[in-house]
Design a protein. Sequence first.
Length: 39
Amino acid sequence: MKTKVTIVTIKNAAASTKGDYFDREKERYYYIYPAPPKN
């Protein structure tokens, strides 16, 4: 099972309703399918 990871802009990530998170190390938003479990 592959996980589709797409790097998107901050605007798109902020407006997303799926699973998105901010990677501090790379300072980028990642858009993930499926959404990662929330701790």
